[in-house]
Design a protein around this ligand. Structure first.
Ligand SMILES: CCCCC/C=C\C/C=C\C/C=C\C/C=C\CCCC(=O)SCCNC(=O)CCNC(=O)[C@H](O)C(C)(C)COP(=O)(O)OP(=O)(O)OC[C@H]1O[C@@H](n2cnc3c(N)ncnc32)[C@H](O)[C@@H]1OP(=O)(O)O
Length: 225
């Protein structure tokens, strides 16, 4: 199973096309890391309006430097592995994403998968706590990884959450997900979010149904697959 690594990808160790891929991923992750720092600084700053206008102009200049071909809707980038692997710009796991925490996914000691991340002020709902929608995103994503880890990539058709306690920001979090039952193309998945410091007290629990699209449907949905 492919894992999402640390914010800055490791130094390339392979040769040829693999090295080029690692270089591209490292560059995407490096930009993502700086953008997340910018996002965090942006949502925290109390700088004067003149400073904010100056920074906005600087950012406009940076956007103009991202020239060349842009990927089209539904195109699968060559740095990605789909389905069930690295997604550099995923809003949840993507090390290149400005908004992803990003969630780092590893296999669990027991069945299923584990995700680790820290939410920041950019992910805030109630002051000091994570937005409930972000909790849903973390769980939905990790549940998808649990399906993929079993060799059956699938899409969410239903997701039910219990919010038992607020999820603290700037606190290491432990997300868990595992497939509990399957019937043909339908998978039942459960998951939870807790803090690393208190892993047995779930703050959010989830139950979901995932379905692996039939092959014709999958080809229609993901023509680039
Ligand atoms: C082999 C190709 C694999 C293709 C790759 C597929 C997915 C890969 C995607 C990501 C995997 C990678 C990593 C995971 C990362 C992130 C996870 C994020 C997850 C998401 O963010 S994902 C976005 C939100 N998600 C949607 O956008 C789905 C909208 N949906 C549909 O596009 C269709 O729904 C579809 C295509 C899923 C199935 O369509 P279909 O035509 O293939 O299948 P069909 O309709 O026949 O249903 C088959 C059986 O599911 C049962 N069923 C249906 N709905 C149900 C419900 N609500 N509750 C309980 N059971 C339900 C039926 O009752 C039937 O059961 P039965 O067979 O027993 O009668």
């Amino acid at each position: 199973m492919n894992m999402n690594g640390t914010p800055l990808a490791p130094e390339p160790t392979s040769t040829g096309p693999d090295m080029e891929l690692e270089h591209r991923r490292a560059a995407i992750a490096a930009l993502g890391h700086e953008l997340r720092t910018l996002v965090d600084a942006t949502v925290r700053t109390e700088a004067a309006p003149d400073t904010l206008h100056g920074v906005a102009a600087g950012v406009r200049g940076l956007v103009a430097r991202l020239t060349g071909r842009r990927r089209t809707r539904a195109e699968i980038p060559d740095v990605d592995e789909f389905p069930g692997g690295t997604r550099m710009n995923s809003p949840v796991t993507g090390t290149g994403s400005p908004v992803a925490p990003p969630l780092r996914v590893t296999p669990s000691d027991d069945d299923g998968v584990v995700g680790r991340c820290v939410l920041g002020i950019a992910h805030e709902g109630p002051p000091g706590y994570g937005h409930g929608g972000f909790s849903a995103m973390l769980l939905d994503e990790l549940m998808g990884w649990a399906c993929a880890a079993e060799g059956t990539p699938a899409m969410t058709v239903s997701l039910q959450l219990g919010y038992r306690g607020p999820v603290p920001l700037e606190t290491p979090l432990l997300v868990r997900a595992g497939v509990t039952a399957r019937e043909n193309r339908t998978l039942h998945v459960t998951g939870s979010i807790a803090t690393e410091a208190d892993p047995t007290r779930p703050l959010v629990t989830g139950e979901a149904v995932f379905v692996t699209p039939n092959p014709d449907h999958a080809r229609n949905l993901f023509p680039g697959m």
